[in-house]
Design a protein around this ligand. Sequence first.
Ligand code: GRG
Length: 297
Amino acid sequence: MTSRVERELTDFLSQARGRIDDALDRGLSPLGTPPPILHEALRAAALAGGKRVRGALLLATAEMLRGDDDAALELACAVEMVHSCSLVLDDLPSMDDATMRRGKPALHRVFGEAIAILAAIALLNAAYERVWRAPGVRDRDRRTIALRLAEAIGGSGLIGGQVGDLSGTGRSLDLSELEYIHSHKTGALFIASVELGALSARAKPREIEALNRYAKNLGLAFQITDDLLDYSGNPDVTGKDAGLDRDKTTFVTLSGIAGAQHLVDELIDAASTAVAPFGRRAKRLVALAEMVRGRDR
Ligand code: GRG
């Protein structure tokens, strides 16, 4: 990326992060609301950092299609709440048993498992409330948005991918099993993010198809870079434990570091090609994809 494109993207991302964080903050009950421990945990889970990549993708998609900005912001909060919910659950002792998340102790290490689980469910619920409340969305689009989000989370989405991941731990997987896990566990919410942005902007089916292809490739690339960071990333920079994947088949164990990076390059190229029909209007989405290619966090 040239330095001007990089600067523009950095500005966009920090603005998107700030707007999403503020909107999340405004929508959550203040500290001290009864029961205090729940609201403290909810705020810790939703507001404790996070790159807001999925929310930024949604905002960039809606902006490209000239959608309503306020609607897109509410939906960006919804996908980030779903994502935070999934991280809290993923970190539990019965799943990844992580100690650190976003540079801080994992939620269950601070509040205990029961509160962490309940906070995760409350976040998921609140995500649908935001879909319901998003301004400027036509009723039929809102129905499709809620449905697509539910599909992305359910047995054919994140939950399916997570179950595949848990049942694959401790045995070796082939490439197609690994792709299944990651395209569901990670890819499904990337796809839903661009799709929600597109639906809020009343995109045409052909546009949604192209954006889905973009997000499918980008989501998988993002997960492979996550595997690379688990293998060789710096926990001080990533904010989470390294080496949690040691009992799992990953793209790094299957293809080696160079092979995994090569796959990332191919997927990023495919993501950019998918949005080529949008021409210059897709420059933000292309820059976001480029950022994933070399990310260190
Ligand atoms: C009910 C929503 C729900 C989920 C249940 C636990 C579960 C099923 C799924 C786990 C999915 C998961 C944690 C996938 C990992 C995806 C991933 C690459 C996470 C890291 O994302 P970043 O780097 O994190 O964007 P930040 O902290 O920046 O937000």
